[in-house]
Design a protein around this ligand. Sequence first.
Ligand SMILES: Nc1nc2c(ncn2[C@@H]2O[C@H](COP(=O)(O)OP(=O)(O)OP(=O)(O)O)[C@@H](O)[C@H]2O)c(=O)[nH]1
Length: 302
Amino acid sequence: MTSSSETHRSGFACFVGRPNAGKSTLTNSLVGTKVAITSSKPQTTRHTIRGIVHRPDAQLIIVDTPGLHRPRTLLGERLNDLVHTTWSEVDVIGFCVPADQKIGPGDRHIAQELAKVARRTPVIGIVTKTDLVARKHVAEQLVAMQELMDFTEIVPVSAVDHFQVDLLSDLLVRQVPEGPQLYPEGEITDQPEESLVAELVREAALEGVRDELPHSLAVTIDEMAPREGYDNLVDIYVSLHVERSSQKAIVIGRNGERLKEVGERSRRQIQALLGSKIYLDLQVKIAKEWQRDPKQLRKLGF
Ligand SMILES: Nc1nc2c(ncn2[C@@H]2O[C@H](COP(=O)(O)OP(=O)(O)OP(=O)(O)O)[C@@H](O)[C@H]2O)c(=O)[nH]1
């Protein structure tokens, strides 16, 4: 019997909405007081992490997206491209509209842009600040939201009263894939992003072959640096260490098919983490009996 309570999920979410829609307050409310909000922005990271929701069953990383502009200039267009890229990299988007304000042209503009990615990235409609208006008014706003675009779900919340914030957390978590805890609890800034990237690759490499390669897979980042002359490209060279050639064959797969899948699967998540395009090079190496050799273990970061 498989119980869904045993699966752990992890992934990325972002909130969009016009200024003052309540995005930051909602992020804080979701995250709770347990976790500090980091605004650390290492060299290779473009997305700022606004907060991390730690739950026993999931970890939800809430990232910032640059604001959407009305593209009057080429720069405006470029910035909007960046927004679209971010939207397609995260696992779920929350579109915030305050309950106490009429839906306006700003919201419709965002909805139009979101509709372009909605087929790929689920969008949850969030009516914020419900504590400010009567229930009847919340209901009307929900109906108005429904007409705005095709949402995966629509939910009214109040960050101030903590009304339905846990429900929103559940709805967001439902949209992120199965995966390990990416950040240690309470310690968001200390984890070098290299380890997160390695963890994402390891997770993708184990997918479907977990029984065959239980603990015989270690992943190290050989090099990770922004490519010179490009403002949005990070080169990442990764080694996957196995113990035997039979395991190497499993990781690589027939004609390299599996390794290609591993690359595709991890690339999307790494791009979401870093907020930048990446070139990902994966090499499978045999480190004989690395689990029993202290020297090898140190080299592999254990
Ligand atoms: N009553 C009430 N006020 C709220 C709620 N959520 C946010 N606010 C208030 O609304 C204002 C804007 O909230 P923010 O969270 O800063 O909004 P934002 O969308 O992050 O704003 P930008 O950073 O400008 O995009 C603040 O004064 C908040 O205190 C809520 O649930 N209830």
